[in-house]
Design a protein around this ligand. Structure first.
Ligand SMILES: [Zn+2]
Ligand SMILES: [Zn+2]
Length: 221
């Protein structure tokens, strides 16, 4: 059987409208298309990313400013996709870094704001726990999901988020587009990129071979 693959358009349709200004309704629409549904998490994610761009003076994160942002995201939920839509930061471009901390929070690092070598200024934004209660106060007659969706569109940033300026170490080798040497693991033979190995007796050993008990998988017998 032959599988025919349609050529992917250079830019997905939801990219079209947005290279000039960040407009909440437009972005929510794009997030909905990218994510499959609109939900409270999407709204939080879009607003979080918009706030970050605003604070950093980034007008066109997917246009002229597309090389500025690296985003560290601390959760893999709906908001993650929304943040990707607004910022253009994607895992596959190494511009989205996942730190699995289970928190609705992200740090937006501006590569145009170096503090010293390999150290950059960024803004960490975290969703406030109290925002849920505020949403319930605003729309007591609605059920939880529509209640939060309505409220999160309207509530001012300071009731939704806390913000903190931070410094983030980011060596060149972690930049989007960095091309490093690939080495082969001296145990399993698989190729390893971006120096994700430990030094064995004489040759590099991949992280899986170096610590088999810590693998996220175990081979079946
Ligand atoms: Zn969702
Ligand atoms: Zn290996």
């Amino acid at each position: 059987m032959q599988i025919r693959v349609k050529p992917f358009p250079r830019k997905p349709a939801y990219y079209k409208a947005m290279t000039s200004s960040l407009v909440l309704d437009d972005l929510l629409q794009q997030a909905e298309i990218a994510h499959g549904h609109l939900c409270a998490g999407q709204i939080l994610g879009v607003r979080m990313a918009m706030l970050a761009c605003d604070r950093l003076g980034i007008e066109e994160p997917r246009g002229k400013d597309r090389k500025r942002l690296v985003t560290f995201i601390e959760i893999d939920r709906c908001a993650t996709d929304a943040i990707g839509v607004v910022t253009g930061c994607r895992l596959g471009k190494r511009a989205l870094k996942f730190r699995d901390w289970g928190k609705m929070a992200a740090t937006f690092v501006d590569l145009q704001l170096p503090l010293e070598q390999d150290l950059f200024k960024g803004l960490r934004i975290s969703a406030l726990e109290s925002s849920k209660e505020k949403a319930a106060e605003l729309y007591p007659h609605l059920e939880k999901n529509p209640q939060q969706m309505h409220a999160y569109r309207e509530m001012p940033d300071n009731l939704l988020f806390s913000e903190q300026w931070v410094e983030v170490p980011l060596p060149r080798s972690e930049f989007p587009g960095f091309k490093g040497a690939r080495v082969a693991c001296s145990v399993c033979g698989e190729g390893i990129n971006y120096d994700r190995f430990v030094d064995g007796e004489s040759d590099p050993v991949c992280l899986g071979c170096a610590n088999p008990a810590a693998r996220y998988y175990q081979p079946l017998p």
